[in-house]
Design a protein around this ligand. Structure first.
Ligand code: ADP
Ligand code: MG
Length: 437
């Protein structure tokens, strides 16, 4: 088993890491499925426990079909003390006895139906009402933030509404994998099985993360078989179809296709607007319809981002003590674009300013002292300082080799003007907006 382990670490780790961590370790004993490994220091021990131990469980299981628990000792410990029992890795209790774990907000009531999700929604309703009999498993797939998790939780809530005694369990595929590995480590496989196989509805989210996890897939296969044969409902989600998940066992791929697979596609503008309207109602926000559709128009695929945009608009309005209107929304989302946008360059600013005042960029860089050029030049310097990370000397250089004190002076000058002259304020903010769009 040790040789195989080393082999698989050799594939996975960089050569330097392999030499440092794996090559220095040596197996001491193997009894009662406990593999004792001597590692050079406490540091090594921590690293093994944190990063490398899971692999031992996985490979160990593959080779022996048994639950191997790794145990690490340093040379000092080998001479001084008998190996203690491995309770130290045990997780907080409750890891295995976790409750259904449904998000109270993810119900059918809060779910907006649109073209991209109506099939999925219909199938979800059927399954909630007739679990285990019609579409088993039910498999949702589609991009991030399109409502897969939401629908899955809605099924759970609905089933519990119909039958409060139903046993519903929701986990992400990673939680399933971790629970499984911990169960093995802590010799609690039986509890693990009880927990996962004695449910009426098992919801496993994002199963694309089962990719390459051999032992976990093995266990999940048995979980699936058990539930399926007992006519218990299984619902799965993934960002892609089962046959597109790398290294997903063929028998899982084929079983996942036994029921119904439905994809969820991005919502159209109307649906996005409806989602925002519903959200706004839930939060008691007064937002005009044209503003809702304006926001919906800004973000076109991911519903989570759409919700984020609404939160941002709301916060922005509160900060400015204003009602939520389309122009407030535009301002709020503009600054969002500003921060995520790739850096503006000084050249872009010069171009925009030149265009705005109908002058030439080379005048901005030149030395002409007429007012019709001096002011735009100062505005361009001001904006370069405000909207880029460039240093003062760098800005000076880009304006035909001017001194950094010139830039400071320009910045102060415009700063003053903006405060005292509303038409100047207007002009600068217009240019700023052009630059951000
Ligand atoms: P996924 O699991 O597909 O990545 P989620 O289910 O986590 O996406 O959805 C992301 C967010 O969008 C959640 O807050 C969810 O409530 C919301 N959401 C998604 N689809 C809808 C919908 N049709 N109606 C209302 N809210 C939705
Ligand atoms: Mg999800």
């Amino acid at each position: 088993i040790w040789d195989e382990l080393k082999e698989s670490y050799r594939h996975e780790l960089a050569p330097a890491s392999y030499d440092a961590w794996v090559d220095t370790a040596k197996p001491l004993a193997f009894n009662n499925n406990q593999l004792t490994i001597e590692v050079t220091s406490d540091l090594h021990k921590k690293y093994w426990e944190k990063k490398l131990a899971a692999k031992i469980v996985e490979i160990g299981f593959k080779i022996t079909g048994e639950e191997i628990s790794p145990f690490f000792v340093t040379p000092e410990e080998t001479v001084s003390a008998p190996a203690p029992v491995i309770e130290k890795n045990s997780l907080p209790t409750g890891t295995i006895t976790r409750k259904a774990m449904l998000n109270p907000k993810y119900t059918f009531d809060t779910f907006v139906i649109g073209k991209g999700n109506q099939m999925a929604h219909a199938a979800a309703l059927v399954v909630a009402e007739e679990p285990g009999s019609i579409y088993n498993p039910l498999f949702f797939y589609g991009g991030v933030g399109l409502g897969k998790t939401h629908l899955m939780h809605a099924i759970g809530h609905q089933m519990l509404t119909i039958n409060p005694d139903a046993k519903v369990k929701y986990v992400s595929s990673e939680t399933f994998a971790n629970d499984f590995i911990n169960a093995i480590k802590n010799k609690r496989s039986e509890e693990f099985r009880q927990e996962y196989r004695k449910v009426d509805l098992l919801l496993v989210d994002d199963i694309q993360f089962f990719a390459e996890k051999e032992a976990t897939q093995e266990e999940f296969f048995h979980t699936f078989e058990n539930l399926y044969n007992d006519n218990k409902q299984i619902v799965l989600t993934s960002d892609r179809l089962p046959n597109e998940i790398p290294k997903l066992q063929e028998r899982l791929v084929s079983r996942f296709a036994w029921g119904l697979s439905v994809d969820i596609t991005p919502p159209d503008l109307e649906t996005r607007t409806a989602i925002l309207r519903k959200k706004a109602q839930a939060e008691n926000l007064e937002i005009p319809d044209d503003t809702l559709s304006y926001i919906a128009g800004q973000i076109d695929s991911n519903i989570r981002e759409l919700e984020g945009a609404l939160v941002r608009v709301q916060a922005f309005a509160t900060m400015n003590n204003a009602d939520i209107t389309t122009s407030i929304a535009a301002d709020a989302l503009k600054s969002l674009k500003g921060t995520t946008m790739t850096q503006l360059s000084i050249a872009q600013i010069q171009e925009e300013v030149a265009k705005y005042y109908h002058i030439h960029v080379k005048d901005l860089k030149g030395k002409k002292r007429v007012k019709s050029i001096v002011v735009p030049r100062q505005i361009a310097m001001y904006l370069s300082r405000e909207m880029t990370d460039s240093s003062l000397p760098k800005i000076g250089a880009e304006f035909g080799g001017k001194d950094h004190t010139t830039v400071i002076h320009a910045h102060e000058k415009i700063d003053q003007l903006i405060k005292n002259d509303s038409s100047m304020q207007q002009e600068v903010s217009e240019i700023r907006n052009f630059l951000l769009n």
